[in-house]
Design a binder for this molecule. Structure first.
Ligand code: AMP
Length: 443
């Protein structure tokens, strides 16, 4: 199946071609015709499946066809509600790419930055609005946003909205939408609260389900290393260097942890930046831009900040800590192996994290192979217990065992992980909404 088999208008077809896409992803193949037919859609898909294009392309097409018959000022005809500013920006970038020949205008609004640029853009008139819930409600209250003429509503990452406590805000937005509209609802998982929410929004939806969260993208190679906490930084540096890893995304559990890991990498001459909710919007966007441009080798991120990070060709993801919520593991490793590409995920597991590892394996219905031989095996740090016998002694590329007792002789890297944070460097900036001054703390 190619994009030529989909009933797309020429202006969009050209834009897709310029993006280098030839084959629609499964969610695109299924969802695009449904959305074009005007029906409601319930999409169970996570990021990395191509879901943004699955709704952005048909929305652009529908509005593009309808705009031929419209006169007068621009009004908001499509609203895409998404939980984080990073996702909002990315959706905005996708709309700009796919819609570049359509003449449609869009803008992106989110909290944590001054509102002037956003309200200016709204007052100039837009066809499509991408928004996070809090800022949308705020600008609606100030009458900068009217949804009176809305035709299409998208709720993106509904389960994440729930996790982040935005469901109340989402319900407030839904309450003011015109009842006669087309609604598209996307969620990676479908817990009962999400099904209830979908029921209140959708009318006789068509359902599309791809790569449910519990079935990890098979193309991603996954490995686990049993290692003591004190040696995680050493192991990370070792793997980055030994495997000549060009770019990697490293996940930590806390904002504090992200800064610590970033600092230790920098001290070891590995260019790193951290991204988390305590960083200003500018700092986060700059870190992301530098990472995408490959001027930063390692991006250290917390889960919420990393949600929606979309880096083409990101081949390596590290779980510096094992997430306690198994679905988080799936979301994290989904940053690599995007749209059919291959990727590798390394997880560092200390003794107390084994229970979480077990839960993950249960969710993905797969045993993650253990790399038994590496220079920092567990139990080599005085005071730590020996690991239990490993049942899957496999290894991706043989790392020779070179046990190095730590503790007293802890390396600089290990010591530094117990230290403080460091400010990230800034780099190139684009687009305008990435340039705004710091306001509130991150979402
Ligand atoms: P998403 O799931 O929307 O976050 O998209 C994941 C990534 O896949 C993004 O980098 C898109 O640019 C890319 N992508 C989306 N659709 C296609 C396609 N049909 N062919 C190749 N790449 C795609």
């Amino acid at each position: 199946m190619t994009f030529d088999s989909l009933p797309l208008i020429d202006s969009i077809r050209r834009a897709i071609k310029a993006e280098g896409y030839t084959t629609p992803t499964p969610i695109q193949t299924e969802a695009i015709p449904i959305v074009l037919s005007g029906k409601d859609l319930l999409g169970c898909a996570q990021t990395g499946t191509g879901k943004t294009a699955a709704f952005a392309i048909p929305i652009l097409q529908l509005l593009s066809e309808r705009q031929l018959h419209r006169k007068g000022t621009r009004t908001i005809k499509a609203l895409i509600l998404t939980p984080t500013r990073e996702l909002a920006i990315q959706i905005g970038e996708n709309l700009a790419s796919y819609g570049r020949h359509t003449g449609l205008k869009h803008t992106v609004i989110f909290g944590g930055v001054k509102q002037a640029r956003q309200t200016d853009a709204l007052q100039n008139g837009v066809d499509i609005l991408v928004a996070t819930p809090g800022r949308l409600l705020d600008l609606m209250a100030q009458r900068f946003v009217s949804l009176k003429h809305l035709e299409i509503f998208v709720l993106d990452e509904a389960d994440r909205m729930l996790d982040m406590g935005f469901v109340h805000d989402v319900r407030k937005v839904i309450a003011v939408l015109p009842p006669k509209r087309q609604s598209l609802f996307f969620s990676a998982t479908m817990p009962p609260e999400i099904v209830t929410l979908a029921d209140t929004i959708l009318h006789e939806p068509e359902k599309v389900e791809v790569t449910p969260a519990s079935s990890t993208v098979d193309l991603i190679q996954q490995w686990v290393y049993f290692v003591d906490k004190e040696n995680k930084a050493n192991l990370l540096i070792h793997l980055l260097n030994e495997k000549k890893i060009e770019n990697a995304l490293v996940f930590t559990r806390t904002k504090f942890g992200a800064d610590k890991v970033m600092k230790v990498l920098m001290r070891n001459n590995i260019k790193a930046e951290s991204i988390h909710g305590n960083k200003s919007q500018n700092a986060r966007q700059n870190a992301l831009t530098n990472f995408k441009a490959k001027s930063t080798r390692v991006l250290v991120a917390t889960d919420i900040a990393a949600r929606g990070i979309d880096v083409d060709e990101l081949a390596h993801v590290f779980n510096y800590e094992i997430p306690e919520i198994p679905e988080t593991y799936v979301h994290r490793i989904g940053r690599t192996g995007r749209a059919g590409a291959s990727g590798t995920a390394y997880s560092f597991c200390e003794t107390h994290e084994r229970k979480s590892l077990k839960d993950i394996q249960k969710l993905i219905n797969k045993v993650i192979p253990v790399v038994a031989e590496h220079p920092y095996p567990q139990g080599q740090t005085p005071g730590n217990e020996e690991p239990k016998a490993q049942t899957q002694p496999s290894k991706p590329s043989a790392t020779k065992a070179r046990p190095r007792p730590q503790g007293k002789h802890q390396s600089a890297a290990a010591k530094e992980t117990q230290g403080g944070g460091q400010k990230p460097k800034s780099g190139n900036k684009k687009p305008w909404y990435a340039k705004q001054k710091e306001g509130k703390k991150g979402q």
